[in-house]
Design a protein around this ligand. Structure first.
Ligand code: ADP
Ligand code: ADP
Length: 236
């Protein structure tokens, strides 16, 4: 964790309070959800559940689910709801999710949101807090095309805004930094379209349920982290 971010989070002093609910990070690809989710999850000591990371793990292990998801991911399309929901149901049933979790990249469609609501109710969770990452499209392109991810530990960088100390190498473990295949310019447009068409309607859905919190996701990582933590603190 960046020293400034660690200080910003610990200054808020919530780590002992526990989360005890589902937190949903919603926003377009590249908005910074994963970057913030990792830190919030670490701060509260709860799992960070990224459905994109889960699918990438299946793809790299060559599982049947991975083989099914790969062509869809490579073209910027969403994986079918039933597959995503089954994977999430299995994951949140594990004991480490009992005190809450941070969902990053899920739900992405209304059927997924409905499915999640049923899963949360079944497991006795109260309403989730939904954090909406607000950014403009110009910034998204810069964040997506500039994103590089460590092959070893998964740490993420941005060649424009958050470069590693040594080009192409992870600051933490020296691992090679790779570009995700779907972050190439030709796949970014269909991903943003999928967001607009299938995921954006969830903003109105969660707003109508009174659980949506808009967060300005522009500016440095530490500033966004402060805004996210403030929202979570107030939503308690
Ligand atoms: P980003 O963080 O850039 O928005 P993700 O890592 O969340 O991207 O997702 C990468 C890809 O994995 C998506 O383009 C999609 O194909 C698939 N995926 C991840 N989460 C979901 C989901 N909840 N529903 C359907 N497809 C998903
Ligand atoms: P998402 O999970 O929403 O797709 P990421 O967290 O992976 O987004 O961030 C996308 C890219 O933008 C990464 O290269 C990341 O390092 C960078 N990034 C994230 N937050 C910020 C920020 N506040 N300022 C500058 N760059 C950022």
């Amino acid at each position: 964790m960046a020293a400034g971010l660690a200080a910003a989070l610990s200054a808020q002093g919530h780590s002992s309070e526990g989360l005890n609910r589902a937190v949903i990070f919603i926003g377009p690809p590249g908005a910074g959800k994963g970057t913030q989710a990792k830190e919030v999850a670490r701060h509260y000591g709860v799992p960070h559940l990224s459905t994109g990371d889960m699918f990438r793990e299946h793809v790299s292990r060559g599982t049947p689910l991975g083989r099914q998801a790969k062509p869809l991911m490579d073209s910027g399309a969403l994986v079918p709801d039933s597959i995503v929901l089954g994977m999430v149901e299995e994951r949140i049933a594990r004991p480490d999710c009992a005190r809450g979790f941070v969902l990053d990249g899920f739900p992405r469609t209304e059927p997924q949101a409905e499915g999640l609501a049923a899963l949360l109710e079944k497991r006795g969770f109260r309403d989730p807090v939904v954090v909406h990452f607000v950014v403009d499209d110009g910034l998204l392109l810069r964040r997506l095309t500039g994103r590089r991810v460590c092959k070893v530990g998964g740490e993420n960088y941005n060649i424009y805004d958050r470069p590693p100390k040594v080009p192409g190498r992870c600051d933490n473990d020296g691992g090679e930094l790779l570009q995700r295949p779907d972050d190439r310019e030709e796949v970014v447009a269909p991903r943003l379209q999928a967001y607009e068409r299938q995921t954006f309607p969830l903003i109105a859905y969660y707003r109508a349920h009174g659980v949506l919190q808009d967060v300005d996701a522009t500016g440095p990582v530490d500033d966004v982290a402060r805004r996210v933590m403030e929202v979570l603190r107030k939503a308690r």
